[in-house]
Write a protein that binds this ligand. Structure first.
Ligand code: F6P
Length: 318
């Protein structure tokens, strides 16, 4: 490897900075120069590229967001945009690139590799929706943020005997909702993998209310319902008043958890090692607590088999 570029792309995720730090540190261990590409693939097209030093990344491991900034580049989806990106890399003598991001970003990484650049991807997304890896960078921090928010909502629900619907992020993946419920954050959950229709949500609520539980938390994954429609349906059916809270972008920010920092550090170093050993076209991941890698072409957001987790949930929530 002659010169390495690193970029973050798609939605930011806490821990991306820890991954950047690991990439720069590991590359400097091998005496490879690292160029920071700003604003994702768009910054690559626009030539927003500067040298990243070890000192610059020294104290960033805990910080949320990404010091490199990020974007969802429409131009890179077009062949002409990709050609511009390729020429930028050639002009600067960058032969290898590490892409940190979610599904769309790793698909972009694959496209870059097909142009003849050595590329390795690192999964960075709060959604945890990449089936090839058990965890993506950012998921754990966001899960903890969700649990903190839910805990606060539960305090006021309990005090007023209220039912609240909480909408969490995840795109089309229910992991944030599922793991929140597994961690004791909610009593009824509906996810894209196990969706509940309005009738079933009401039946579950009715059952809980008949046993004297009048404070209830329903966690749903974004994009599944119109929250107001759901609220009004339950209110009408059960004759109770219902609150709704969409946690929104608060879920994406914040200092990275220790788990995410360690995961990101492992992945950053592994990505550099793969490139040093002449590999390309791979994405690093973690399966059963071991670092793994997979061809970029096989990376997708197909929902991983979560049967065991849902079985556990049934035991806990009934
Ligand atoms: O992929 C991360 C994520 O936060 C999703 O959970 C959410 O659906 C989406 O990004 C929001 O995207 P944007 O930042 O483009 O609004």
């Amino acid at each position: 490897m002659k010169k390495l570029g690193v970029l973050t792309s798609g939605g930011d995720a806490p821990g991306m900075n820890a991954a950047i730090r690991a990439v720069v540190k590991a590359a400097s261990h091998y005496h490879v120069e690292v160029m920071g590409i700003q604003v994702g693939f768009q910054g690559l097209i626009d030539g927003k590229i500067h040298k990243l030093t070890s000192q610059e990344v020294e104290d960033i491991a805990d910080r949320g967001g990404t010091i490199l900034k990020t974007s969802r580049s429409l131009e890179f989806m077009e062949e002409t945009g990709r050609k511009k990106a390729f020429n930028r890399l050639k002009d600067l003598d960058i032969d290898s690139v590490i892409v940190i991001g979610g599904e769309g970003s790793l698909k972009g990484a694959e496209k870059l590799q097909k142009l003849g650049i050595n590329v390795v991807g690192i999964p960075g997304t709060i959604d945890n929706d990449l089936a090839y890896t058990d965890y993506s960078i950012g998921f754990d921090t966001t899960l903890n943020t969700v649990l903190e928010c839910i805990g606060k909502i539960k305090d006021t629900d309990y005090s007023h005997d209220k039912t609240t619907i909480v909408e969490v992020m995840g795109r089309y993946c229910g992991d944030l909702a599922l793991y929140s419920a597994l961690a004791g954050g909610g009593e009824i959950i509906s996810t894209p993998e196990r969706p509940l229709d309005l009738y079933s949500i009401c039946s579950k609520l009715r059952l809980r209310m008949s046993s004297g539980k009048n404070d209830n938390l329903v966690i749903v994954t974004e994009r599944m319902y119109d929250l107001q429609d759901l609220q009004h349906y339950i209110e009408k059916k059960l004759n109770i008043s219902v609150r709704t809270t969409s946690l929104g972008f608060i879920q994406r920010g914040g200092n990275a958890s220790a788990f995410d920092r360690v995961l990101a550090s492992n992945m950053g170093v592994k990505a550099v090692e793969l490139l040093m050993n002449g590999y390309s076209g791979l994405a690093v991941g973690m399966k059963e607590n071991k670092m793994i890698h997979k061809e970029l072409g096989c990376v997708n957001s197909e929902i991983a088999d979560k049967q065991d987790k849902y079985r556990l949930l049934e035991k806990l929530l009934g």
